[in-house]
Design a protein around this ligand. Sequence first.
Ligand code: AMP
Ligand code: MG
Length: 278
Amino acid sequence: MGYAHRLDGERRFKLADFDPGEDSGLKREEGEKKTARLIEELIELQELLYAVRTQSVLVILQGRDTSGKDGAIRHVAGPLNSQSCTVASFKVPTEGELAHDFLWRVHARTPSAGDITIFNRSHYEDVLVVRVHELVPEEVWRPRYDHINAFERLLADSGTIILKFYLHISRDEQKQRLLKREEDPIKSWKLSVGDWREREHWENYTAAYDDALNRCSSKHAPWFIVPADKKWFRNLAVAETLRNALMPFKDGWLKKLEELGRARKEEIDEYRSRNHMG
Ligand code: AMP
Ligand code: MG
């Protein structure tokens, strides 16, 4: 069992079933050491993924304000090779984006073969903030769960490994983080009146997340609930989940690279002998 809770559509659940404060009985220092080792492994796996180019990885990060999406990206994706790892952040849609279907801007940012793309927010906003604030009528957002499932099926069938993370923080922890941001002039730029306003809709967001996560969990596109009240544990759980999801491919990738290497060598040997090169 991993540090994050895997949901693949086998059973129904509620966010309230999970404790945001979990730390698996680890101490911070131990956790940070484990994370560092996992990241080393991830760096190796990323290189193989990039070299083989048969698959891609899409990481989706969702969570309430201050849940640590930016922090998780900095800690877990920061050390990866930026040549094949990109971050796509989804903000309030522009007029141009709104003139298309809701998946248009998202599909354009999905990873190329060999790459890892991290979504900081995603198409799930279209059944979360959009639903909570009634930005479109229910008959528009309701069918989106099916559209999302079909879209993710298409990506998976096209070789995308999809991992979706819900960074789970408690209401108390969010309050502490908002207050802390307010006090710190270096961090207060991140804060907006909107963050406090969104907090008033806590229960509505819980209901919207419960529905989205239950309706859109599958074996090929699972959700992972990450206990996120402790930042170091959040990083550990995300790093471990990624590493565990990619590790089963490692042997196949190595084999494929050996085959490619042999074929390449034969080609070069033949060229050299044909051209009488030493
Ligand atoms: P941040 O992640 O703090 O930079 O904020 C981005 C803001 O964009 C959040 O308040 C999101 O709820 C909002 N947002 C992202 N996607 C959508 C969407 N599809 N419709 C409306 N608001 C969105
Ligand atoms: Mg924000």
